[in-house]
Ligand binder design. Structure first.
Ligand code: ADP
Ligand code: ASP
Ligand code: MG
Length: 408
């Protein structure tokens, strides 16, 4: 049996017309002799009746807090509804299908409600429906613990459901259908002239996604890289092939360029919703370094860390800012909190060996009166922390300065 997993994001199943197009992709796969497993997200974005954000609001309007376990039960319904509706679309076209929730599809997770990690996938039930000639429609974004508790996989997690099922079923590839034509040089909502990246190695795609490009869920990308399963990021309307993410050999076989071998910068990613924490040390060494263990004990992860003998700066999720302030003030530290901030990252290759990249970045942002609050770099990225209000302008100017519109 040749299996393919086809994942349809919320904006690809939001109307009957779109669901028909999605079903058309399923039919095409069947005509090619493939056995499709369909993974769906909740239908639509904020405001749509069964969208994830609508369900969250429904709970929080009743009471400001919702127990994570309860919230997961509620949110899983968005994808479950979508799966049944998609099965109805398939039925209207005469295609037999079987609907499974994440737990029924064998997706077993830990009990970290709201951001659960898949521990294993037992695909027997999916496989037996496929063997009956049915299309299996799985509700994305969710799983179940060994004890049968319903969990969700973190925002954007349907991609991870699709990739995990693809691995367990030894699928030929996983198609991610979304509202953009593929992975691009920048978010096309911010940079309309952004170009599609037709081929990416796993490593290149991981970098783009880790630095914030939400076009693929970061856990999905990690699993795809680990198990070397090819992904195609595509749009329902697009006649092109989208972005193929695979290993070097397959890229070469498909006649696609290895972008990181050609360009020092090939994408700009961003992460909004951050706060910068800064504090000057006045205390002895042991007490200074204590701040990291204090935050770790509170389960607060920190990023973009710059540690100096007399001060430290780092970022946290903006919604953790006040918790960090309270936690550190209790320890006798007084901090400065800058928010809302965003991190904008140039993703490329060999940055450390090219002094000109940093110079160009600083010149471009300063020229646009964008204040750089902090920077961080690796061999393949340079990130800068900015005020959120400057984020879009910074992405646009960097895209222009590094001439990414001419890249492909
Ligand atoms: P879905 O609901 O289909 O999972 P998402 O909203 O999760 O869709 O992801 C698609 C979105 O990712 C696009 O609408 C786009 O705004 C955003 N995006 C961010 N960075 C990029 C990028 N580099 N290339 C393409 N899209 C990107
Ligand atoms: N519906 C979920 C979300 O909005 C999962 C997903 O779309 O992948 O985050
Ligand atoms: Mg998504």
């Amino acid at each position: 049996m040749r299996v393919v997993v086809q994942k349809f994001g919320g904006t690809s199943v939001n109307t009957r017309e779109l669901r028909r197009k999605a079903a058309g992709k399923v039919l095409e796969a069947r005509e090619e002799g493939l056995s499709p497993v369909v993974v769906v997200s909740a239908m639509g974005r904020t405001g749509a009746p069964y969208a994830t954000d609508t369900l969250i609001r429904l709970a929080l309007e009743e009471h400001e807090d919702c127990e994570p376990r309860n919230l997961d039960i509620l949110l899983s319904c968005g994808e479950t509804i979508s799966a049944v509706v998609m099965a109805q679309t398939l039925a209207s076209l005469g295609v037999p299908s079987a609907v499974l929730t994440g737990g029924q599809a064998g997706i077993i997770t830990d009990a970290h409600f709201g951001d659960a990690t898949i521990e294993r996938v037992s695909p027997e039930r999916v496989r037996s429906f496929l063997e009956e000639g049915r299309v299996v429609v799985v509700a994305g974004f969710q799983g179940a613990t060994e004890k049968g508790e319903i969990t969700t996989l973190g925002r954007g997690g349907s991609d991870t459901s699709a990739v995990a099922l693809g691995v367990a079923l030894e699928a030929e590839y996983v198609d991610i259908f979304t509202d953009v034509v593929g992975v691009m040089t920048a978010d096309p909502r911010i940079v309309p002239e952004a170009q599609i990246l037709k081929g990416l190695t796993y490593t290149e795609a991981v970098e783009i996604v880790q630095h914030g490009a939400k076009v693929i869920h970061n856990k999905a990308m990690d699993v795809a890289r680990e198990y070397r399963i090819p992904l195609r990021v595509r749009n329902l309307d697009d006649t092109g092939k989208g972005t193929l993410i695979c290993d070097l050999k397959t890229l070469a076989k498909e006649g696609l360029r290895i972008i990181s071998q050609e360009s020092p910068v090939y994408s700009i990613a961003y992460r909004p919703g951050l706060a910068q924490v800064r504090l000057d040390f006045t205390e002895a060494e042991e007490k200074r370094l204590n701040i990291f263990s204090v935050l770790a004990r509170r389960g607060i992860s920190i990023d973009l860390i710059s540690l100096f003998p007399e001060s430290v700066a780092f970022t946290v999720e903006e919604n953790k800012g006040e918790l960090v302030r309270q936690t550190l003030e209790k320890e006798g530290f007084s901090i400065r909190l800058n928010a809302p901030c965003a991190k904008v990252s140039l993703v490329g290759s060999g940055m450390a060996d090219r002094p000109g990249v940093m110079a160009e970045l600083v010149e471009a942002l300063t020229g646009e009166k964008v204040e750089i609050l902090q920077t961080g770099d690796s061999h393949v990225t340079i990130s800068c922390l900015l005020w959120a209000k400057h984020m879009e302008r910074a992405i646009q100017v960097l895209h222009r300065v590094f001439q990414l519109e001419n890249l492909c």
